[in-house]
Design a protein around this ligand. Structure first.
Ligand code: BES
Ligand code: MN
Ligand code: ZN
Length: 501
């Protein structure tokens, strides 16, 4: 069991920083005259900082850092000064996050187990000190994540950071700042839950494994209930479309529901629905071999649902939220669905499966139809749905499509404030005809605008409620040298749901 990181407010003032006993002390430095804190550190260290300034080594430029181990006159073992640019200068959210990430990486990289951070007075446009504290706390959790579940003991990395003390000169009441710490930490931990599930290999993280982990989460929180439907029960509900995806696999498909009650009993819930393909070979429309290993990440939408539900429970958010995970393994095999096969969805519409690699939309079609019975206030589905989305938006931005402009705007806003951004694409009627089929009510692929037509397919099953779709194919994990799950879009979803309370 990993030990929990503790983050606490500490009411030390500028004068006392030199006396703090801690493995590391992190202080912001601005361009121009030293702040009170730096004057004190400078005096205690016999003018070391002034010397560095003269040498041009301590400019305070945005994002530049100075590492000063064993600074005389300072009781902390190591001191880091992190450049914050012009004092009072307006920062974009992205620059604000960049500086805060520098602070956090100083804390983590120092091998320190205790760190003291004096939060600099940053002026981030549109956001207050509570946002800064929340982001910093989120980053402390998120950036100290390591994945080594499947490594030999001797190869497991140890992250040593255990205790973070924060001081901030802010007019906001402590109750508010403490809540921000809690929110940031919970979102960070929820992201790490999603990363762990995403990073586990396909031979471990199967639909049954996702069901087991969901049950575990429900056992941890009394506000969270879990139900799991197996193939027999799904068959009874008429979910042939979902079932067609797992037909070639030895792993049983699962439909997992996590029900969080934070609001009144019977109050209509918001819903999050995740694509949980625990491995996507493409099926009979087999994918090429290069980077196919990355298709173990094809359940990251589901992982973000499981992570977000835990954020809700941890923070006791006063609304009702239902999470649904549609999980299957997409394999070729003698029982696998073939191109040209026609299946019936739970909604009654039939689908001609022209490409078995367009499987995410097939499991989501039935999961979204299932969502209707909860009489949702809103439904957001999250899916690593199309390679085309990565081409359109790259790895920094998720694709957003919706049948409700107000819902879309709320999600875009949540993406901005959490620095987990999305960009809206149109799902106008002109794209719908791309899904026409000669042999069924609709085809599962069609047209050149792959991300949009995938969403158009989903829109056929969401007519009765306010719905949005997040395509996280480019954002839920990173490839290349930094290969690994990112925990996105847990921050966006958490901010959105917190805003609804
Ligand atoms: N899981 C993939 C989407 C994907 C591809 C995510 C690459 C991240 C990187 C999805 O199931 C898929 O295979 N989509 C096809 C759809 C096509 C057959 C219409 C795609 O994008 O190529
Ligand atoms: Mn696929
Ligand atoms: Zn897929």
């Amino acid at each position: 069991m990993k030990k929990r990181l503790s983050i606490n407010l500490n009411k030390k003032n500028a004068k006392e920083l030199t006396k703090i006993i801690s493995d590391s002390l992190i202080v912001g430095v601005f361009e121009g005259p030293f702040t009170e804190e730096l004057k004190n550190i400078d005096e205690a260290s016999n003018g070391q900082l002034k010397k560095l300034r003269k040498l041009g080594e301590l400019k305070g430029q945005l994002g530049q850092g100075n590492y000063l181990p064993a600074l005389t006159g300072i009781r902390a073992k190591r001191t880091y000064l992190v450049g914050c640019g012009k004092k009072g200068g307006k920062l974009s959210r992205q620059d604000g996050v960049m500086v805060l990430a520098k602070i956090v990486s100083a804390a983590i990289s120092s091998k320190a187990s205790t760190t003291f951070i004096s939060i600099p007075k940053l002026n981030v446009s549109g956001e207050g000190d509570d946002w800064i504290i929340q982001q910093l706390s989120y980053l402390c959790e998120n950036n100290s994540y390591t994945y080594d579940a499947k490594l030999n003991k001797k190869n497991q990395k140890k992250v040593s950071l255990k205790r973070v003390s924060l001081t901030i000169d802010s007019p906001l009441p402590d109750t508010k700042l403490n809540r921000s710490i809690k929110v940031g930490q919970a979102i960070g931990r929820g992201s790490n839950v999603a990363k762990d599930l995403g990073n586990l290999p396909g031979n471990v993280c199967t639909p049954s494994y996702l069901a087991k982990e969901s049950r575990k989460a429900a056992n941890k929180y009394s506000s969270l209930k879990c139900t799991v439907l197996g193939e027999k029960q799904m068959k009874q509900l008429g979910m042939d479309c979902l079932l067609s995806v797992g037909a070639g696999s030895a792993q049983e498909s699962k439909l997992i529901t996590l029900n969080y009650q934070g609001g009144k009993k019977g109050e209509e819930p918001h819903m999050v629905v995740g694509k949980g393909i625990t491995f996507d070979t493409g099926g009979i429309s087999l994918k090429p071999g290069a980077t196919m290993d990355e298709m173990k990440f094809d359940m990251c939408g589901a992982a973000s649902v499981i992570g977000t539900m835990q954020v809700m429970a941890e923070l006791k958010v006063p609304i009702n939220v239902v999470g649904v995970v549609a999980s299957a393994e997409n394999m070729p095999g003698s029982k696998a669905t073939k191109p040209g096969d026609v299946v019936k969805t739970m909604s009654g519409l039939t689908v001609e499966i022209l490409n078995t690699d367009a499987e995410g939309r097939l499991v989501l079609a039935d999961a979204l139809t299932y969502a209707k019975r909860f009489k949702p206030k809103s439904v957001v589905d999250i899916a690593t749905l199309t390679g085309a989305c990565v081409v359109a938006l790259g790895h920094s931005t998720s694709g957003l499509m919706s049948n409700d402009e107000r819902l879309a705007q709320k999600l875009l806003k949540a993406g901005k404030s959490s620095n987990d951004r999305a960009w809206q694409l149109p799902i106008w009627d002109i794209y719908q005809k791309d899904l026409d089929s000669n042999f069924a009510d609709i085809a599962n692929i069609g047209g050149r605008a792959g991300t949009i037509t995938a969403a158009c397919f989903l829109s056929r099953f969401t007519k009765d409620f306010s719905w949005a779709h997040l395509d996280v194919a480019g954002t839920a994990w990173l490839g290349g040298k930094a290969k690994g799950a990112s925990g996105r879009p847990v921050p966006l979803l958490s901010h959105f749901l917190l805003d609804q309370s």
